[in-house]
Design a protein around this ligand. Structure first.
Ligand code: NDP
Ligand code: OXD
Length: 316
């Protein structure tokens, strides 16, 4: 079986792990001399799937969880019809593969950092000041999680498991024990109104781009904290800066940005109210992800259903 691999990140490692997971497959990097059955892609060049590469495709795999950069590179008309003739070639993304726990670790760090005022005490230490602050109860420190998919659910469960009230928001409305799950515009308002910490784990789609704007930020309780672990453009950056300047938002933990890498000289770099990390909240663990892809290919070859198929209409 011929498989096309194109990734802007760690392509050599992907090749190694995919070869281990699918020893019988012929994996071609970047372009292939023959039509391929599967394409495994991360930020592919726009014309990669036009021409012979696409001839025999049975599935396109995203090498990450998000497909916001993959979908625009795959205009539906450019995809060949699925061999059954009934639908187009499925686009399948990586589900969890070790990312859920990483997201939970990051979100938990932000929750505990703000709940226990560690940054305040760090600054106190530098000034040789001894000023204990009143303790808060976990029950008085609600955490909102926007997006209750594979990753958001793990985050919500982990934080709720420690006794913090957790409110979650998703499109269809989910049921997660110990989490108050909401949906729709009214549900979003309910989550925002209570969240002392807002963790964002939504996909970037036409509906979610710019969702966290001035109005949304104003609905959060004064002094709350924003944690964006998903994609930069979910938040309107200038509105976040205004909310930090006014003190309404006390701190932002940002792993993702409108422009990545965050450009030199960007104000976030040296803003003590912002914690910047370089898109590492949950890094794809290449070994487990390659094995997940190999298992799904095996199922597709056997005519069995697979999970993680992207709905191109909703964009995730
Ligand atoms: P999923 O597709 O499993 O979950 C998406 C969630 O968002 C679902 O609960 C979905 O609702 C909800 N959602 C989507 N659109 C809307 C909407 N318009 N209104 C309300 N809720 C909505 O994604 P994952 O959990 O796997 O990943 C989430 C995102 O995390 C990825 O898209 C990616 O951008 C980002 N990511 C970031 C990484 C990093 O290192 N910073 C690493 C990996 C991923 P419903 O349940 O109803 O479908
Ligand atoms: C992903 C990411 O979507 O790393 O997997 O951002």
């Amino acid at each position: 079986m011929d498989i096309l691999l194109s990734s802007t990140e760690d392509e050599a490692r992907w090749l190694e792990e995919l070869r281990k997971a699918m020893p019988a497959a012929r994996i071609h990097r970047g372009s292939a001399p023959v039509p391929c059955r599967y394409a495994l892609l991360w930020q592919p060049p726009p014309d990669l799937l036009s021409g012979p590469n696409a001839g025999e495709l049975r599935g396109i795999f995203s090498l990450g969880a998000g497909v916001d950069s993959l979908l625009p590179a795959l205009p539906p008309g450019a995809l060949p019809p699925f061999p059954s003739g009934s639908s187009s070639v499925p686009i399948i993304r990586v589900e969890d593969a070790g990312m859920g726990n990483q997201m939970a670790e990051y979100a938990l760090y932000a929750v505990l950092d703000s709940f226990r005022r560690f940054r305040f005490y760090e600054s106190e230490q530098r000034q040789e000041r001894w000023r204990p602050q009143p303790a808060l109860a976990r029950g008085d420190y609600p955490v909102g999680v926007l997006g209750l998919g594979v990753l958001g659910t793990t985050v919500a469960r982990t934080i709720a498991g420690l006794g913090f009230p957790v409110l979650g928001w998703s499109r269809s409305g989910r049921e997660i024990p110990g989490v108050r799950c909401c949906s729709g515009a009214a549900g979003l308002e309910e989550v925002l109104a209570e969240s002392r910490v807002l963790v964002i784990l939504l996909p970037l789609t036409a509906e979610t781009r710019g969702l966290i704007d001035r109005r949304a930020l104003e609905q959060l309780p004064a002094g709350s904290v924003v944690v964006n672990l998903a994609r930069g453009p979910l938040i309107v950056e200038t509105h976040l800066r205004e909310a930090l300047d006014s003190g309404h938002i006390a701190h932002a933990y940002l792993d993702v940005f409108d422009e990545e890498p965050l450009p030199p000289g960007h104000p976030w770099w040296n803003d003590p109210r912002v914690t910047v990390t370089p898109h590492v909240a949950a890094q794809t663990l290449i070994g487990p992800a390659a094995r997940q892809i190999a298992e799904k290919i095996e199922r597709l070859e056997a005519g069995l259903p697979v999970s993680g198929i992207v709905d191109t209409a909703t964009g995730y």
